[in-house]
Design a protein around this ligand. Structure first.
Ligand SMILES: *Cc1c(COP(=O)(O)O)cnc(C)c1O
Length: 391
């Protein structure tokens, strides 16, 4: 217990660890606001608009905090759009999807103020429904500048054969009447030097079309709230496009909004020895941090080192029967004990939104932490949440 108290002191959370229901996501509102202030500063310096890409972080209990700073939400589907519409009242609701379902489109028209299409055929299919709706909706097209510096193919919207966005070849010669904006999303966890090189390509290829637009959306993937992010270059990029083309600029980062703002606390349940020491946790890579397997990457845990850096090394495994449900190998200064709590960092983004109940593993509790209220449990899950999605 004393060890856990030390851990919580390190991350400045004043929590009674003895009754902490693990696994539990804890989003620290102070850290979220620190990020939001950085983003607001970019908005103030450039008068650009920044949206929350809900795909990365949809913890709507904190939307009131987010809406104090940002312009609205970006959605990838009707459901995300509806969440933004309902929970971030009065703010902009943007949507982009590779294709829209006919049976959902009227509802999309009802709640979105910006609709971005992935192709001219989708735009032509739906433009009359938008026109006759009498709702003031701004329409955009996603372009594929065929330039990106992402090396992992599953995260690269500009890889050869990508279905995302319209290439210059396919863009040329089409009627742009009714189109207010262009959108590109070609980055992932990158700094503004990448944006600068991307803007050069977009400018060269699509400049003559940007001229006719009201706005351009630079998409997400901007790691603006990372300590080494070069904000001045971002500001330069935004101002360059704004001044050259007299357009509004939107950014829709997901990660940057809640980057490093949340933790996943998990408990140690048992130990297995099989050549190496293995600890079994009450969480799961497959269910609660799927990017650990999908990216893949090794999450950070407070107070741990690389294998063999400290005297006691363990492989940390999850609760499912998937052999590969492994979080990674970590070393500790003292032997782990049953009941110890481990704190995974940067667990607010791309976690809750990707969780699943594979193997019937329960979903982690969701909590927030603030100076004023301390730890606030927001949602607990149970059997009904598992059963509800099955039949
Ligand atoms: C994923 C995505 C985002 C958010 O990306 P982050 O890497 O989380 O900043 C924004 N816009 C679109 C179209 C996306 O697909």
């Amino acid at each position: 217990m004393i060890k856990n108290d030390l851990i919580f002191k390190t991350i400045d959370l004043n929590i009674d660890t003895s009754c902490l229901p693990t696994p539990i996501y804890i989003v620290d509102e102070r850290l979220l606001e620190k990020n939001l202030k950085i983003l607001k500063d970019v908005m103030d310096r450039t008068s650009c608009r920044i949206l929350l890409a809900q795909k990365a972080f949809s913890m709507f209990s904190l939307y009131p905090v987010i809406s104090k700073y940002l312009s609205g939400t970006a959605a990838s589907s009707l459901f995300e759009a509806r969440l933004g519409f309902e929970e971030m009242k009065g703010k902009e609701v943007h949507i982009y999807s590779p294709a829209y379902r006919e049976d959902e489109f009227d509802e999309i028209i009802g709640i979105c103020d910006h609709i971005i299409f992935n192709s001219f055929s989708q735009w032509n299919k739906y433009k009359d429904r938008i026109r006759t709706s009498n709702k003031k909706i701004e329409c955009g097209l996603r372009i594929n500048p065929e330039y990106s510096e992402i090396e992992t193919d599953i995260y690269n919207p500009c890889s050869i054969g990508s279905r995302l966005g319209i290439t210059l070849e396919n863009f040329k010669g089409n009627d742009l009447d009714g189109i207010d904006g262009l959108h590109f999303h070609t980055m992932c966890e990158q700094n503004s030097d990448v944006l600068k090189r991307t803007i050069e390509v977009v400018d060269k290829k699509f400049g003559k079309y940007i001229k006719k637009m009201k706005w351009i959306n630079f998409g997400g993937g901007h790691h603006i709230t990372r300590p080494d992010y070069d904000i001045n270059t971002l500001v330069e990029c935004i101002m360059y496009i704004k001044n050259k083309y007299d357009v509004e600029v939107y950014l829709e980062p997901g990660e940057a909004i809640a980057l490093n703002a949340g933790y996943l606390a998990a408990g140690v349940m048992d130990f297995v020895k099989n050549n190496i020491d293995i600890a079994i946790l009450d969480t799961s890579a497959a269910c609660h941090m799927p990017d650990v397997i999908e990216m893949p990457y090794r999450p950070k845990i407070i107070g741990t080192g690389e294998p063999d850096q400290y005297p006691y090394t363990y492989r940390l495994g999850g609760l499912t029967c998937l052999a590969g449900d492994i979080i990674g190998d970590y070393s500790f200064k003292e032997p782990l004990q049953e009941g110890d709590i481990l704190i995974f960092t940067d667990m607010a983004i791309y976690t809750m939104v990707k969780n699943n109940t594979f193997n019937g593993v329960n979903l982690p509790t969701i909590a927030s932490y603030s100076e004023k209220n301390g730890l606030k449990i927001i949602k607990k899950f149970g059997y009904e949440d598992f059963k509800m999605r099955l039949s």
